[in-house]
Ligand binder design. Structure first.
Ligand code: BGC
Length: 732
């Protein structure tokens, strides 16, 4: 495809527009029959394009978010169906991620630049062989639009009375054309419309609409009133314990929609932003509130659903559903930590822990490939992987650091994509990045231990010392464990690709030895005597005789009343570490635990997504804190991988990735009653079901698609099978 867009100029209103979102237009005539017509368009910001009053395409928040200093995606649309003889293209431009204030608490406007710009090209090919090319430049017209302000964190203010007055002066901005790339991620789309569940008047007397689901997107409303009436919508994830609208956890994010009416009946939804919310608060509504006039529109990267899990335990089903919503809420072009407060960033650690689950819930190949390309570009000269990708903090020279378990997204995510989709290409593309990351750690290490570097530790672990966000597991131990993991993944990738990696194989062995010498104590104890430390040592294969270490892990869990103390680092693998060492029962106890802290604790408190904190709302109904309390953070949702892979028992085989050969080894538990699990893979649909009878008999049924071979492991017995349906019996 010819890249016409490279002949277009980036146009803007610059600072002149103030906070106002500009709109650009061009009129053009088509005087003879044409064969094809296409639009290529991009923005440093976000655009909405309309031709003859009709919105082009169904993607929103385009062109998404990339490592802007290195690359920018452009979109191509077939516009033949939009054209007539006289035409006008109008393109609205919002600040988006490029020019909004982005970062964390108290960040500045314009992490990349102060104002947005856009570039577009229309190519029309006529049947007589000639062609017209219309490209953005100073010959376009520009105006300030009725969108008076738009920001990712702060929302949108619109005055519907404003009719754009064309005639503003266009300025041309510079952006290297070689950085333009065709869009490669999943398009962000409006994927579901949800009606209000309830209209409430809170104890404070505020009017609040509850959509019954914490989600990411925006509200569309229809209103009838007089010109000049101003309606304001606030967004919140939760009500406080008194039932009042609670927004303190949004921190500085205003997350507010303001709309000034024109006369008559009108429908509004934002154009350039999104919100994370379940509730909205209405102010200034000019008529009787009718639920039919409000719709929450769910917005995210339009990935295809791939996995389904259902069992006879209602609360576990709800938890699973919450994991799905956590992914929907945070896979918005970039895997984000949360969608509501003044953050919404591509935190690498969060993606690293959730990646495996993500690939089971949805087909995330395209989504991750795009993000990994940005991760590669964001990597620093010395191999450091920044905390967030795209790197809005732009770490060079700012005293930033590559944290264990965060930077390791560089090795973990490509390998997971390889396992799930058999995608060798991404391994090959990412290999240099993986290697540079491991070398970076080596550079920071002393005698194969990753010492004396700052990390995020076992982020939000419950064994955190007072006043700290970090669990008490030794940061060096975690860092060295991840050094070993990443080095091992590099070796695996090298083996798949046929590269010589013997140096790294030896290195991994040296790290393992050093780990044992430094952190292992007599009696199968670790110097850092925490749940997370044992989880990593066991699950990453750092220690011999892991069953012995597991005894201490079980003790620590029991000392904690059969509850977790783990944070971002220990939680994703704790059930695996238990299962691998013969403690699947204990894993089930944790999974089905309802008292605080546990996964089901949040379900009992009415959660509809996964919380950032085990105690987001504590047992007294109070918020654990104002400043770090997201109710839509997918990290702890990483438990769903255990439901697919252990409860239902469907596992990939590293030697035949992409589910060409699978291992099916469910571990049933009578408390679940039954399980039905389905996975749509690149090799076809796999299903695994089981039902536990009163007498302890378990009836299993499996479906293996054409072209796939499977090893069934039931009650320790192995069996190799090909495509087909199978029924087997066993005991709990
Ligand atoms: C984010 C996390 C992230 C962490 C790292 C937080 O502010 O919300 O999810 O991984 O910072 O420290």
């Amino acid at each position: 495809m010819e890249e016409y867009i490279k002949r277009a100029q980036f146009i803007s209103l610059g600072e002149e527009a103030g906070k106002n979102c500009p709109v650009f237009r061009k009129k053009f005539v088509i005087s003879k029959p044409f064969e094809s017509a296409c639009l290529q368009i991009t923005a440093l910001g976000v655009y909405v394009a309309e031709i003859n009053g009709k919105r082009v395409g169904d993607a929103v928040l385009t062109p998404g978010w990339t490592e802007y200093e290195k690359r920018l995606q452009y979109f191509t649309y077939d516009i033949s169906g939009y054209l007539s003889s006289g035409n006008v293209i109008e393109i609205g431009l919002g600040d988006g991620w490029y020019a909004s204030r982005m970062g964390i608490v108290g960040v500045y406007k314009g992490a990349y630049a102060e104002f947005p710009s856009l570039a577009a090209a229309i190519s029309v090919r006529y049947t007589d062989g000639t062609e017209t090319l219309i490209v953005t430049g100073t010959d376009w017209e520009a105006a300030k639009s009725g969108v008076l302000f738009s920001g990712i964190y702060d929302g949108e203010r619109t005055d519907a009375r404003i009719v754009p007055q064309y005639g503003e002066k266009i300025i041309v901005t510079e952006y290297g054309k070689d950085k333009l790339v065709p869009a490669e991620g999943e398009y962000i789309k409006e994927t579901e419309r949800i009606s209000p569940k309830e209209i409430l008047i809170t104890p404070k007397g505020e009017t609040v609409i509850d959509f019954g689901q914490n989600l990411t997107g925006y509200v569309e409303f229809t209103v009838t009133g007089n010109a000049g009436t101003k309606v304001t919508i606030g967004h919140a994830e939760v009500l406080d314990k008194y039932g009042n609208f609670y927004t303190e956890n949004y921190r500085s994010a205003e997350a507010r929609a303001e709309y000034t009416l024109k006369d008559g009946r009108q429908t509004y939804k934002p154009r350039y932003t999104f919100y994370g919310f379940r509730y909205i608060r209405l102010n200034g509504w000019p008529e009787k509130i009718n639920a039919d006039n409000f719709t929450a529109i769910v917005v995210h990267s339009d990935m295809k659903r791939a996995g389904w899990f259902e069992c006879g335990h209602a609360k576990l089903n709800k938890l699973y559903e919450n994991v799905i919503w956590g992914q929907r809420g945070n896979f918005l072009d970039v895997p984000t930590d949360c969608p509501q407060r003044d953050e919404r960033l591509g935190w690498t650690g969060d993606a690293e822990v959730f990646c495996r689950t993500a690939c089971l819930n949805y087909d995330t190949e395209k989504f991750f490939v795009k993000w990994l390309h940005d991760l590669s570009l964001a990597q620093k000269e010395d191999g450091m992987i920044p905390r967030v990708v795209p790197d809005v903090f732009r770490t060079n020279g700012r005293g930033e650091f590559g944290s264990a378990a965060w930077g390791d997204a560089a090795t973990v995510c490509p390998y997971e994509i390889y396992l799930a989709y058999g995608n060798k290409e991404i391994l090959a593309e990412m290999f240099p990045t993986m290697k540079k990351w491991v070398d970076y750690i080596t550079g920071k290490s002393e005698n194969y231990l990753w010492k004396n570097s700052p990390h995020f530790g076992d982020w939000l672990g419950l064994d955190a010392p007072a006043g700290s966000y970090k669990g008490s597991t030794s940061e060096e131990l975690i860092a060295t464990a991840y050094y070993f993991l990443s080095c091992g993944l590099l070796v695996k990738a090298g083996n798949v690709l046929g590269y010589g990696v013997s140096h790294y194989k030896e290195l991994a062995e040296k790290i393992r030895k050093a780990f044992n010498a430094e952190y292992v104590r007599d009696g199968y104890r670790l110097s850092s005597d925490t749940q997370t430390a044992y989880v990593l040592a066991i699950h990453f294969g750092l220690v011999d005789e892991k069953e012995q270490f597991a005894k201490r892990l079980v003790e620590l869990i029991e000392e904690a009343g059969d509850t977790l103390r783990t944070g971002f680092v220990g939680t994703p693998y704790i059930l695996d570490a238990l299962t691998e060492t013969g403690h699947a029962d204990k894993a089930y106890t944790l999974l089905l635990q309802e008292k605080f802290p546990s996964w089901l604790y949040s379900v009992n408190r009415g959660a509809t997504t996964i919380w950032e904190h085990w105690d987001g709302v504590n047992e007294e109904g109070d918020m654990w804190s104002k400043d770090m309390n997201s109710f839509n953070h997918y990290a702890y949702g990483s438990v769903a991988q255990w439901m697919y892979r252990t409860v239902a028992g469907i596992k990939t085989d590293e030697n035949q990735p992409g589910y060409k050969h699978i291992i099916i080894s469910p571990i049933p538990n009578s408390k679940l009653g039954f399980v039905k699990c389905r996975l749509n893979t690149r090799s076809g649909q796999i299903s695994s079901e089981w039902t536990a009878e009163q007498d302890g008999t378990v009836r299993y049924s499996f479906e293996i698609p054409q072209g796939v071979t499977a090893t069934l492991i039931i009650g320790g017995k192995k069996e190799s099978v090909g495509a087909g349906r199978y029924t087997r019996y066993g005991k709990i």
